[in-house]
Design a protein around this ligand. Structure first.
Ligand code: T4K
Length: 410
């Protein structure tokens, strides 16, 4: 990080050089937020003294209770990560055959199906929301369809009403990959209680983290019971296994981190919101750069700073901009490039899937994510935006100065 005095001077329009990046230390998308370390270490010490380290220990139970209260949902099953959480929810909801999902998501959403021999049927997204487009779902329903999974991309809720109507009309279970959406709401109700179940991620890169972790949340008693049993090998009491299961349990140290992170949740959100507003201010008016915004009437966690780069309007491609930012030690990310349908095994199974996914294809060529969170200051944001400004005003010079070939500048 540059010191604040230097960054203020530089932000007017920094001179970009490959041998002296604007940031001395790399800025990452997904740098973990850490709460009160002393409280965390005290909890870890307690767990060690108790010698109760996993298998739904007291911290896990407390975290589950706190999440139920925060989200306003009946059941929370804490799990070791959201990918396993999705697999559990999918299996417990009885999905098989084909399931309709967006391709514009982290590959875990599709893998959680394919891992169990279920075919993900990719649906295009609405370019305005980046979420699955309800208007394109029904044409994908076949006799083999057993469910729909919506993804609340960037924490912005799917069109839950439209998805629920489709699910009701066709008698299809509806799940949500809510990996991005802890702390967010839809129509003033916290995400977590919609559909048959929702799955949060508490991975280190999420604004609220348990190192690795996640949770399946639901208001359905039976589904909750099944997920809970399946997450513990299917054990329903000592020596009595009643389902196929896996080991999806969260451990006590992760839950200790979760309880500690929860105590700083408001602070994490307010820093993210501050940074989001700073990005908006600094990027305002740069032609060809559009920032994903959030409905201020809803609760948001603002954990993703997402830009869409329109090369025809700004003269620089998204990929060239990413290269320039990387050369300046800003590790911008191209989530979710190139889309699940262009990753294995899906691109081999469905080589022509892109024909039905024009919005996904277009979006995955335009989107980039920038660093935020408690490791990123407002001065950092100003400097990142100034780098983007320079790159767009002088693309050739910026690329050359960053040691990037002229060809990749556009
Ligand atoms: N569904 C959706 C829609 C998701 O986005 C995700 C995960 C899932 C499901 C599955 O959830 P989990 O099973 O993970 O709970 C990262 C995260 O690993 C992944 O959790 C997240 N989405 C995805 C969007 O981003 P990568 O492959 O980009 O991670 P990686 O290792 O490149 O880390 C990202 C950046 O974070 C790096 O530049 C460095 C920084 N970082 C990372 C870690 C782990 C740190 O500074 N400290 C750290 O400890 O996937």
């Amino acid at each position: 990080m540059v010191d604040s005095k230097e960054s203020r001077t530089d932000t007017e329009r920094p001179v970009l050089r490959a041998d002296r990046p604007a940031f001395r230390e790399t800025l990452h998308v997904g740098r973990p937020n850490i709460g009160d370390m002393e409280r965390l270490l005290a909890r870890v010490e307690d767990a060690l003294e108790r010698r109760w380290l996993t298998n739904r220990g007291p911290y896990v139970q407390e975290l589950e209770q706190r999440i139920c209260e925060y989200v306003g949902v009946k059941h929370c099953i804490a799990v070791c990560n959201a990918t396993i959480g999705l697999e559990l929810a999918i299996r417990a909801a009885g999905l098989g055959g084909e399931v309709i999902v967006p391709s514009f998501t982290f590959v875990a959403t599709a893998h959680a199906l394919q891992w169990q021999g279920i075919t993900p049927v990719f649906c295009d997204v609405d370019p305005a929301t980046h979420n699955i487009d309800p208007a394109k779902i029904e044409r994908l329903i076949t006799p083999r369809t057993t469910g729909i999974i919506g993804v609340h991309v960037w924490g912005r809720a799917c069109n839950i009403k439209a998805l629920s109507d489709i699910s009701d009309r066709h008698g299809l279970p509806l799940l949500f990959d809510a990996a991005h959406a802890f702390g967010c709401s839809y129509r003033r109700k916290m995400i977590g209680g919609f559909g048959d179940a929702e799955v949060f991620s508490f991975h280190a890169t999420k604004f609220f983290n348990t190192f690795e972790g996640g949770a399946v949340v639901t208001n359905d008693d039976e589904l909750a019971e099944t997920v809970s049993l399946m997450s513990n090998f299917g054990f329903a009491g000592l020596d009595n296994v009643i389902y196929i299961g896996t080991n999806g349990k969260m451990c006590e140290v992760s839950a200790a981190m979760g309880l500690t992170s929860l105590e700083s949740l408001d602070e994490f959100i307010s820093v993210n919101r501050r940074n989001h507003q700073a990005y908006q201010r600094h990027l305002d008016g740069i032609a060809g750069v559009t920032m994903v915004t959030f409905d201020e009437g809803e609760r948001n966690n603002y954990q993703y700073i997402v830009l869409e780069i329109d090369e025809s309007a700004c003269g620089v491609s998204r990929d060239a901009l990413v290269e320039i930012l990387h050369a300046q030690n800003v590790r911008a990310r191209r989530y979710f490039y190139p889309g699940c349908h262009r990753m294995e095994p899906y691109r081999s199974y469905y080589p022509n899937a892109g024909l039905l996914l024009p919005e996904t294809e277009c979006l995955s060529e335009r989107v980039l994510c920038l660093p935020t969170g408690t490791a990123v200051s407002e001065d950092d944001v100003a400097l990142i935006c100034a780098i983007i400004g320079t790159a767009i005003e002088h693309p050739g010079a910026a690329s050359a100065a960053c040691g990037i070939s002229e060809d990749s500048a556009t």
